[in-house]
Design a protein around this ligand. Sequence first.
Ligand code: SF4
Length: 347
Amino acid sequence: MNKPSRTTWKQELSSRLKTAAQFAARFGLAPLTLASLESRLAFGLTPYYANLCEQEPALLRSVLPSPLELTSSPFELQDPMVEERDSPVPCIVRRYPNRALFLLTPHCPVYCRYCTRARKVGKGEHKLGKAQWQEGLDWLKEQPQIEEVILSGGEPLLLGDSALGWLLGELARLPQIRFLRFSTKAVATLPQRITPGLAKLLGRHQPLLLNLHFVHPAELTAEVALALSRLRKAGVMLASQTVLLQGVNDDPQTLAALFKGLYGLGVRPYALYLCDWITGASHFRVGPTRALELMGELRQSLSGVMLPKLIADPPGGKVDLATAPEPGEGGVWLTNWKGERVFWPEP
Ligand code: SF4
């Protein structure tokens, strides 16, 4: 591994590529083609992650806007997990009785082109700030069954330390909330965000788990190793989630290198997700049959502690594909935690 770079997270954010013209100039593409994609999902790329993408084309595929996003296929939805239905106030999504998602911001340092919340992220009209967080806290106060809060977004670690400290402090005052989890891609796209001060702040609120979004072993750099070591030393629990993406990581060698690399850095691989049925992501989707084959191949080279669960996330809640899906016409039938059968099509 090279030595970690010396830029700060704020410098990385202020020098991001954010427009079709900037993407076009950096990657040699036609700006007009790109501009038509901006309304689907904002553009964003930190200089740090842009350098990684230049070295690894698979990673570039995951963040480079593509005209393929303009095609949509049957079964695709703007809100594939039907989160809007399960949202009692703008910053909360509750899909299970005992836990709730708390959305802190619609913004991200880097926009992944397969994002499940493409309908919301990077869009100015979806405002999330102190007024909405307070509304979320007030709602949580009235929910004695909720014992776990998952802080997400957008990218929850885009908030500054004082805003995060305030929110974590307010959550700590709710006696029923016993577990905190962040769902974050910042360690991969903006590892400079994990400053000693932030690691210390997160470490004060244990038990707290960071579920880290990584898709490729090229993301495991010296900067990431430093960030993870700070978090571990502060006592933060670390797990990972990966989306299975065609042309990015859908081969056993890449996935095995990613999961072994994460484990070696102190991160327990937790979930490998099938790409959701988000509109405009058909070029990323790998079907359940191929995904199960890949899991079989991974079992030959990974020990059980390094092997994540294969998970689909249809409306109604996550399904672990270890509970053998039932073959159907053009897809498989899955059974969710409520015992409901849900159809998951093959791409
Ligand atoms: S970091 Fe997460 S929320 Fe942001 S674009 Fe990527 S997948 Fe979506």
